[in-house]
Design a protein around this ligand. Structure first.
Ligand code: GDP
Ligand code: MG
Length: 524
């Protein structure tokens, strides 16, 4: 069984009046069929489950509220009763702006996935998501649209902003749950603090701002997913009064509560760099616990204190490094050697500090041990924060000789000498190469000029900070009859300065024989 869309609308309205003049003129010349493909100003997405009692009124209210605004309404329906679907089909047949996606039982995976499905179908430049039970007043939709059209990426109808109200929550218990959930979400995700109501189901988003975003929400809270995935979206709150449910029953319950917790966990664990300071703190604290437990046991079993400290500290620092890499900063780590060196400097300094502290205050060996371990962890952190890595790279740059060495300096993923007319790339290199690399190598070899190519992920304003792009530096060396190719896949593509540096090294170093510098796949 697949989802069924009923009916596919044709929008007969002439939209010339909504367009800037030049576009309108183009339209006059365009074949008639083109008119139907213009995006509406607004798509309204309404997830519904057994809302027959509310839908006729919703249609009327939306129609009144959105008079004069070119829009479409997409209902994503998961109803299990006998009345909602026939009613929806009737509404859609009578209102060309309405589309209904009927999801079969095996695709009814909850409110949030219904909204995600609606987002995929939406054609509007702005997309508004709202409930179908009239708790979200249709009169607020134009204000949300206005906020988006005046520059916000995401306008959030907030129950908790000044002027808003959450009065429509069914009872004290629901109010308590709502507050607690909101507080938990705000506490865990700094990304959610850009609004007063990160768990509202009523918001409007500029569609290009989230194009291509893969939403994986579970439960009810799509907005939280957007806030955490896209920390750069410009948001504004629009206060509103959350009404009482018009008719029918709420589908929220204990199961939704459980799903909400699952969703929080998934956002925390699976979105790289989400809630980073909390992850950093938790990992640091965890590694300190490992250190303290080991140190305590060893000290009590008669180990020499300094030796016990060294062993426990090493274990704690290793745990810290592994989890900070895997959990807090989940991306490619380059120049691992430098990180290890920083870690070692920290450990040695900690060891020195511990010996000193023991000597000064021999009465508190355990507390002093913890202090020394804190020093051992703080030193590499400080060195990283200060950007010493970058500085080291610049200082030692002049020392590079071979292409291999240069590759390490520029933190490449792969580097090789190519023939001027390259052989087809092997799959491993091909996976890393920006599109058209072979052609570009040929071109550079023919012209004798170096080049830098950066393949941007796309220019959509989807500021997930983990998006990597491919970049390549190509430097022909005519006297050797070879072309140096350096490729990097990273959140930071090569820069013009990198290109200049590469040219200087490759042309200035006077390498006699580039042949031994074969392919290096330096995977991190
Ligand atoms: N498509 C779909 N809609 C749902 C589902 N659960 C709830 N809804 C709709 O989501 C909106 C909000 O749900 P509701 O039960 O009123 O939640 P409450 O306002 O938190 O009590 C309503 O329009 C429901 O019909 C679902 O599983 N699938
Ligand atoms: Mg409701």
């Amino acid at each position: 069984v697949t989802s069924r869309l009923v009916p596919v609308p044709t929008l007969p309205q002439d939209r010339r009046k909504d367009l800037p003049l030049e576009m309108g003129q183009d339209l006059l010349r365009a074949p008639a069929g083109h008119r139907e493909h213009l995006p509406p100003r607004l798509s309204v997405i309404v997830p519904t489950r057994n809302e027959a009692a509310n839908l006729t009124e919703l249609r009327d209210c939306l129609e009144a509220a959105l008079a004069g605004i070119e829009h479409e309404v997409i209902v994503v329906d998961d109803s299990s009763d006998a009345v909602t679907r026939p009613l929806l089909a009737g509404i859609a047949a009578g209102s060309p702006r309405w589309r209904v996606l009927e999801r079969p039982p095996d695709e009814q995976t909850g409110l949030a996935t219904a909204v995600a499905a609606g987002l995929r179908l939406a054609q509007g430049t702005a997309v508004c998501v709202m409930d179908g039970d009239l708790q979200h007043p249709p009169e607020v939709v134009p204000s949300l649209l206005k906020a988006v059209e005046s520059g916000a990426d995401l306008a959030i109808a907030s129950r908790y902003a000044a002027g808003g109200e959450a009065g429509g929550l069914a009872n004290r218990y629901r109010q308590l749950v709502s507050h607690a959930s909101r507080w938990v979400a705000l506490a865990i995700f700094p990304e959610a603090r850009r609004t007063t109501d990160p768990l509202t189901g009523f918001f409007c988003v500029r569609r290009p701002a989230i194009a291509g975003l893969e939403l994986r929400p579970v439960g009810f809270k799509v907005l939280l997913e957007l806030l955490v995935l896209c920390p750069g979206l410009k948001t504004v709150d629009v206060p509103f009064t959350f009404g009482r449910r018009n008719e029918g029953e709420s589908k929220a319950g204990a199961r939704q509560g459980l799903l909400f917790l699952t969703h929080l966990l998934s956002l925390f664990l699976h979105v790289p760099e989400s809630s980073q300071s909390l992850k950093f703190g938790a990992v640091t604290a965890g590694s300190l616990v490992v250190f303290a437990a080991l140190f305590e046991v060893m000290a009590r079993t008669g180990w020499n204190l300094v030796a016990a400290w060294a062993v426990a500290s090493l274990a704690g620092s290793l745990v810290n490094a592994v989890f900070q890499r895997g959990v807090t900063f989940r991306r490619h780590w380059r120049r691992r050697l430098v990180y290890r060196a920083f870690g070692s400097i920290g450990s040695l300094a900690g060891l020195g500090a511990y010996s000193g502290l023991l000597w000064v205050t021999p009465r508190h060996p355990l507390a002093m041990g913890a202090l020394a371990q804190a020093i051992a962890l703080a030193i590499p952190l400080t060195l990283n924060v200060l950007g010493v890595r970058h500085w080291l790279r610049l200082m030692t740059a002049g020392a590079s000789t071979g292409l291999h060495e240069l590759g390490r300096h520029l933190e490449v993923d792969t580097v090789w000498w190519s023939e001027p007319v390259p052989k087809p790339l092997d799959p491993e290199r091909l996976a890393l190469a920006p599109a058209g690399l072979e052609e570009l190598i040929r071109h550079c070899a023919a012209s004798g000029l170096p080049d830098l190519v950066i393949q941007a992920p796309s220019d959509r304003p989807q500021p997930r900070r983990n998006i990597e792009s491919l970049s390549a530096i190509i430097v022909p060396k005519p006297e050797a009859g070879k072309v140096a190719v350096l490729v990097r896949r990273s959140v930071k593509p090569f820069t013009a300065a990198d290109l200049q540096h590469a040219v200087r090294v490759i042309h200035g170093s006077g390498e006699a024989d580039p042949a031994p510098l074969q392919l290096t796949v330096a995977k991190s």
